[in-house]
Design a protein around this ligand. Structure first.
Ligand code: GDP
Length: 356
């Protein structure tokens, strides 16, 4: 599954947020991957379309898409130094598809700030510097190995070229995501600053409705996305039933919980979208990459669907709602038969035809 790794300084609220994420997993008990390790939390991607579909098809249950998060230890200044210590710290997120950096924005004299004062900009610089140093270390270890392997004709020279280009970028203090270097040849190194980033500002409740303050913080990280939440409120929300949770959210001036926001923005940052299937048993969202074609989308349900793909009957969600049923959509010519080159669109309601 696609995962987002969580990083941040100590005492910024990572554990508080992560506890909310893992408790959320109870709600996701329907999922095949609900039996995952304790350091993984799952957030459902909120999708009101599924309720509508369940209404049309009389579905017994709803299965939204989900994004998973992996927890990692906090990074302190100097984490990347010393005999591979930093690398050990960061090993968990090397495999992550994106990184969410939790940044402390809340004031609380009872919670010690490791750097002495609440300063989001300085904190992000500390973390980003450590990630750059960790990548430098990874490359400095890899380059001699690559050189040897190329001499022995066991590696394509393009790998070394990409590694050297990346090293050059990092030595200038620039994260890899900000440079136009082709990193595909060194993908297996899991370079951290090459991953998409999301910033999660853990702020006081008062900041949640302070648009000026939020805009100021968001500007510090643009073009990366910023999510604003209060980790303490998130951990309370997760214990409430939906009606009480909605009331608490409204009282803090939010339309959507921070975890929901995080799922939505995380999904987008990972370049994902969903298509939908519906029937009397379930209405379900399936996760695919933007740009995936119909057979790949079918493969998410079952590899046999991809192998034996014949065609897909596709109705857009809007057309299905307008016509009210599959039969009516067909009668009005709104059900399209699409072949193997069809590029899936977000919210397509699909039925696959395949050979077994
Ligand atoms: P971590 O070290 O990043 O995992 O941080 P924790 O989640 O353990 O939080 C450190 C301390 O800050 C704990 O005492 C939390 O209760 C507190 N804390 C976390 N989030 C918030 C918040 O949004 N507001 C306030 N006031 N305290 C928080």
């Amino acid at each position: 599954a696609l995962t987002i790794g969580i990083v941040g300084l100590p005492n910024v609220g990572k554990s508080t947020l992560f506890n909310a994420l893992t408790k959320n997993q109870v709600l996701a008990a329907n999922y095949p991957f609900a039996t995952i390790e304790p350091n993984v939390g799952v957030v459902n991607l909120p999708d009101p379309r599924l309720e509508t579909l369940a209404g049309i098809f009389g579905s017994e249950r709803i299965l939204p898409a989900a994004v998973s998060f992996v927890d990692i230890a906090g990074i302190v200044r100097g984490a990347s130094e010393g005999e591979g210590l930093g690398n050990k710290f960061l090993a968990n997120i090397r495999e992550a598809d994106a990184i969410a950096q939790v940044v402390r924005g809340f004031e609380d004299s009872d919670v010690v700030h490791v750097e002495g004062a609440v300063d989001p900009k300085a904190d992000m610089e500390t973390i980003n510097t450590e990630l750059i140093l960790a990548d430098l270390e990874t490359l400095e270890r890899a380059i001699p190995r690559f050189e040897k392997e190329i001499k022995g004709k066991k590696l394509d020279p393009s790998v070394l070229e990409a590694a050297k280009a990346a090293l050059d970028v990092l030595q200038r203090g620039t994260p890899l995501s900000a440079a136009s270097v082709d990193l595909a040849p060194v993908k297996e190194l899991g370079l951290l600053t090459a991953k998409p980033f999301i910033y999660v500002f853990n702020v006081d409740e008062s900041v949640l409705t302070d648009e000026a303050k939020k805009a100021e913080l968001a500007a510090l990280v643009a073009p990366a996305e910023a999510v604003f939440l209060d980790a303490k409120i998130e951990s309370e929300l997760i214990d409430l039933d939906p009606a009480d949770a909605a009331e608490l959210l409204a009282s803090t001036g939010q339309e959507e919980s921070g975890l929901d926001q995080l799922a939505r923005i995380g999904f987008d940052t990972l370049g994902l979208q969903t298509y939908l299937t519906a029937g009397p048993k379930e209405s379900r969202a399936w996760t695919i990459h933007k740009g995936d074609k119909a057979p790949q989308a079918a493969g998410v349900i079952h590899t046999d669907f991809e192998r034996g793909f014949i065609k897909a009957e596709v109705i857009s969600f809007a057309d299905l709602v307008e016509t009210g049923s599959v039969a009516e959509a067909r009668a009005k010519g709104k059900a399209r038969m699409e072949g193997k080159d069809y590029v899936m669109q977000d919210g397509d309601v699909v039925e696959f035809r395949f050979n077994v």
